[in-house]
Each structure stands twice: as C-alpha cells, then as structure tokens.
Design a protein around this ligand. Structure first.
Ligand code: THU
Length: 160
C-alpha cells in the first residue's frame, strides 16, 4: 500500500533512515557543485544492508551534470546488480555550509527510481527534507510521480 509520512523532527525517523541521512551528508561533502554551489548527497541501502552513496557531479557543460540520487543508483546497479534497493535518503547543503537545507528529489530522479522499482518488482522508500524542514518518507517513488513515463508506454497499449 502506498504511504506518505511526514516526520517533524530528524529524531522521529527510524534508526536506519537517520544512519543513511548521516551517510548522505558525508557524501554531499564530495559533491562537485562548482556551478550551483548546491551540494546534494544520497545514500541507499540494499537488501543485505550494504550502503551505497552518491553526490551530485556537475560539469561546465551544465546539462551533463548528474544528480546525487542517480549517481548512487547507477553505482549500486553497477556494483550490486542482483541486490534489491530498499531505501534511499537524500540531503543537501550549500557549498561551504554545514547545516542541511531542504531538497526534494527532482522529477527526473523520481522517474529513474521508478524504473528501478519496476525492474526489481519492489518499491524503494524515499526520504528527504521538505521546505518546512520536515522529513518526508514515501514508501515508493511511484507515489510522488503520477502519470510517469514507462516501458509500458513504449510497448503500446495492452502490453505489460
Ligand atoms: N540535484 C541533485 O543532485 N538531486 C536532485 O534531486 C535535485 C538537484 C543537484 C543537481 C545540481 O547539481 C544541483 O543539485 C542544483 O540543481
């Protein structure tokens, strides 16, 4: 069942999510965000407890830049292709700053997370901080991206 939960305080999150948020914050330290100065970190956990992190990586040719979530997702897929992704936490901070700032995953990343969900046939929980500095937990990226594009669209009507 789909579920969206809001936690007012960081400490209200479960232990695993807090741990991943810390890992994501550490990862944000390695962001290459020279253009936006907006450092994003992502940390995901696999079904066996392995944690994979990512940070946004920008390029002077701006559209070539890559979001932190996708860096983590693609690294996980490349290194642990047979392991299911259970949860992904994303955080952000300004370059040089030490406190977290709100950042919700972009639509492109939600689209990519959804395709991972389809491939692994299980949802991926997504945790991030909204504009009120509250922590949003979605039990599936699908809940955050209605009417998304999918392989089904490519295959045409009636095909699964
Ligand atoms: N960014 C992410 O890494 N993840 C998101 O979900 C949204 C935005 C990055 C991309 C770019 O390097 C910077 O944040 C500013 O947009």
């Amino acid at each position: 069942m789909s579920e969206l939960t809001i936690f007012k305080h960081f400490d209200d999150l479960d232990q695993e999510s807090k741990y991943l948020a810390h890992k994501a914050k550490d990862a944000a330290h390695f962001a290459h965000a020279n253009y936006s100065k907006f450092c994003v970190g992502a940390a995901l956990v696999l079904e066996d407890g392995t944690v994979v992190t990512g940070a946004n990586y920008e390029n002077a040719s701006y559209p070539l830049s890559m979001c932190a979530e996708r860096v983590a997702l693609y690294a996980a897929a490349a290194q642990y292709p047979d392991k299911r992704i259970v949860k992904l936490v994303v955080v952000a901070k300004k370059k040089g700053g030490k406190d977290l700032v709100p950042a919700t995953s972009c639509g492109g990343c939600r689209q990519v997370i959804m395709e991972f969900e389809t491939n692994q046939k299980k949802p991926i929980a997504l945790i991030m901080q909204n504009e009120d500095h509250h922590w949003i937990k979605a039990s599936s990226a699908a809940d955050l991206l209605p009417y998304s594009f999918s392989k089904q669209s490519l295959d045409g009507p009636g095909k699964k």
